[in-house]
Design a protein around this ligand. Structure first.
Ligand code: KIV
Length: 282
C-alpha cells in the first residue's frame, strides 16, 4: 500500500479536510491506520495518557523512539509524525537536527513535530534542510505549561491573536509542511488557515482549519483524568474495559472460565497411558 507522504498532506490543502490522530503502540497504530486517518502523530501526550505523568515534560527521546517504532510496525498507510519531546531540540540547532534524524532513521516516522514558533525558526530550517519534513505546533503548546501557568487557551485577545498569525506565517516561511494549532479561538484559526498555503491542523481551534487532530485515548473514552472541552468521545472504552475485566474476574471466581472451548484435553489413549505411567512412578 502506498504510504502517505508530507507532500501528499501539503497537496490536500483546499481539496478535503485532513484527519490526524495520536497513537502510542502497535495496536493503536494499527487501529488508527485501518480506520483510514491521513496522519498518525506519536505525540508526547503519551507522557500523560500512557505513562501517567501530570504533563509532558518528563517524556524522553528514548520513550519517543521506543513508542514510535512500535506504532510504525502497525502502520502501512498513514504518515507517521514523531513528536520531539521537551529538551530534545530547544538547546541547539545541531541537537534538534540530530534528534529529528533519529526519528527517521530508527522508527519509521517520516516527519517530526516540534512545539513553538519564533524561537525555533532556525531549528526548523536546519531540520528541513536535512531532508526531514517538519510540522509546527503553536497556540497551547503543552511543553510551555510551566510558563503558561497551566493548560490554557491562547490567542484570546487581539494582540496575542496577531502574534499567532505572525508566528504561523514565520513557520511556513521556515519550511514547515503543516502546523498544529491548539486551543485558540475559531476566528483566529480561520484567519491563519486562510493566510497560510500549508495545511493547518486544529485541536480545539474550531471548524475552519484544514484538518483536525485528537488524542487516541480521548476519542475512545479511555482517559478521564483530564478531558479538555474540545474533546469529543466517540466511544466509552474505559467503562467497557472495566466491565469486561469485572466479568472475567467474576467468571474465574465462579469457575465459568475457562470453558471447554478455551482449553484442550488429551486423547483418551494418551490419558490412560499417562495415568499408568504416573502410577508406576509411585
Ligand atoms: O502530543 C500530542 O498528542 C499533541 C497533539 C495533541 C497535537 O501534540
Amino acid at each position: 500500500m502506498k504510504k502517505v507522504t508530507a507532500p501528499d498532506i501539503l497537496a490536500l490543502k483546499g481539496q478535503r479536510k485532513i484527519s490526524m490522530v495520536t497513537a502510542y503502540d502497535y495496536p493503536s497504530g494499527q487501529i488508527a491506520d485501518e480506520a483510514g486517518v491521513d496522519m498518525i502523530l506519536v505525540g508526547d501526550s503519551l507522557g500523560m495518557v500512557v505513562l501517567g505523568y501530570d504533563d509532558t515534560l518528563a517524556v524522553t527521546m528514548d520513550d519517543m523512539l521506543h513508542h514510535t517504532a512500535a506504532v510504525s510496525r502497525g502502520v502501512s498507510r498513514a504518515l507517521i509524525v514523531g513528536d520531539m519531546p521537551f529538551m530534545s531540540y530547544q538547546s541547539s540547532v545541531s541537537m534538534a537536527v540530530e534528534n529529528a534524524g533519529r526519528f527517521l532513521s530508527r522508527t519509521g516516522a517520516r516527519a517530526v513535530k516540534l512545539e513553538g514558533g519564533f524561537p525555533f525558526l532556525e531549528h526548523v530550517r536546519a531540520i528541513v534542510d536535512s531532508g526531514i519534513p517538519v510540522q509546527g505546533h503553536i497556540g497551547l503548546t503543552p511543553q510551555h505549561v510551566a510558563r503558561f501557568g497551566g493548560f490554557k487557551a491562547q490567542g484570546k485577545n487581539a494582540r496575542s491573536a496577531c502574534a499567532l498569525v505572525d508566528e504561523a506565517l514565520a513557520l511556513e516561511n521556515a519550511g514547515c509542511f503543516s502546523i498544529v494549532l491548539e486551543a485558540v479561538p475559531s476566528e483566529v484559526a480561520q484567519e491563519i488557515a486562510e493566510r497560510l498555503s500549508i495545511p493547518v491542523i486544529g485541536i480545539g481551534a474550531g471548524l475552519h482549519t484544514d484538518g483536525q487532530v485528537l488524542v487516541y485515548h480521548d476519542i475512545l473514552g479511555l482517559f478521564d483524568r483530564f478531558v479538555p472541552m474540545f474533546v469529543k468521545k466517540y466511544a466509552q472504552l474505559r467503562g467497557e474495559s472495566i466491565a469486561a475485566i469485572k466479568k472475567y474476574v467474576d467468571e474465574v471466581e465462579k469457575c465459568e472460565f475457562p470453558a471447554p472451548a478455551n482449553f484442550s484435553n488429551m486423547a483418551e489413549s494418551e490419558l490412560k497411558l499417562f495415568r499408568t505411567m504416573l502410577k508406576e512412578r509411585t
